[in-house]
Design a binder for this molecule. Structure first.
Ligand code: ADP
Ligand code: MG
Length: 264
């Protein structure tokens, strides 16, 4: 009994909720250009473990590029991005795969494989990248699909699913390697309005789970009700960062004010 007590005490000390919050993602003077076109300009940004950040701003402001840099779908032109305090710009091979295992990504256009069932879309990376047995990988996929409310759709193909269901499969897929960070690029923008709610609900549950979330979104209800912080971008720069309540009621940058007048 003594032993179980000391185990409980240890887990209280080391559990993420009681640990000192640490920086999960840090941009240090990050710039990104495509040819002559500077798309991200000397961005500094720190995101804490477990934080939920909504990134908003006009079309073309660099939001997608910003989050694609985090899991190295794009490489920085200058500066450094640290994940859990580790520099990432020089990673390649197995170390880069390890980084991507640690960071889930959900795209606007779902990007599911049409010839694979929901279950196989979710389990694929475990089998191909991590060498899991098919049976074990499918079992884990089943659990994740249940978590996003699709326990009865595991054997359905993407074309047999609605847009909202497909996006929930994509979220399950992004979670399959137990990432500690998950990135969303306008996850509801390709959906019919009546399907947005079911996806936001899954994201809301996820936000409570302690995972670090960075969400590019035009869904101001998400930003307002679920995010801990709103980051506003324009012209490849972060022009304002604030708690949602402050951002939506008293934006300080004129361009943020103009943006909000258009979207609200
Ligand atoms: P947002 O997501 O805010 O709409 P993006 O990050 O997609 O903005 O794009 C920012 C700018 O970078 C745009 O002008 C876009 O045309 C440009 N851009 C994005 N990706 C590429 C690319 N692969 N090659 C060239 N230009 C790009
Ligand atoms: Mg974009």
């Amino acid at each position: 009994q003594n032993e179980s007590l000391s185990t409980a005490a240890k887990s209280a000390v080391f559990s993420p909720s009681s640990a000192t919050p640490s920086v999960a993602v840090e941009f240090r003077q990050v710039s990104k250009s495509f040819g002559q076109h500077a798309v991200i300009r000397q961005v500094d940004l720190s995101i804490m473990t477990g934080e939920v950040v909504a990134v908003c701003g006009p079309s073309g402001s660099g939001k997608s590029t910003l989050i694609r840099l985090i899991n190295r779908l794009e490489t920085v032109s200058d500066g450094e991005i640290l994940i859990d305090q580790q520099p990432t710009s020089a990673l390649k091979g197995a170390a880069l795969r390890q980084l991507r295992t640690h960071i889930g990504f959900v795209f606007q256009q779902f990007n599911l494989y049409a010839h694979l069932t929901a279950q196989d879309n979710v389990s694929l990376a475990l089998i191909k990248v991590h060498g899991w047995k098919k049976k074990d990988a499918r079992q884990k996929a089943q659990i994740l699909l249940e978590r996003v409310g699709l326990g009865d759709k595991v054997l359905h193909y993407p074309e047999q699913l609605s847009g909202g269901q497909q996006q929930r499969v994509a979220i399950a897929r992004a979670l399959v390697t137990d990432p500690s960070i998950i990135l969303f690029d306008e996850p509801t923008s390709a959906l019919d309005p009546e399907m947005i709610g079911e996806v936001l609900l899954v994201m809301q549950e996820l936000a409570k789970s302690g995972i670090t979330m960075i969400v590019v979104t035009h869904e101001m209800s998400f930003a307002r009700e679920i995010a801990d912080r709103v980051v506003f971008m324009d012209g490849g720069q972060i022009l304002e960062q604030a708690e949602p309540e402050v951002f939506f009621t008293h934006p300080s940058h004129p361009r943020a004010q103009r943006f909000l007048q258009k979207v609200l």
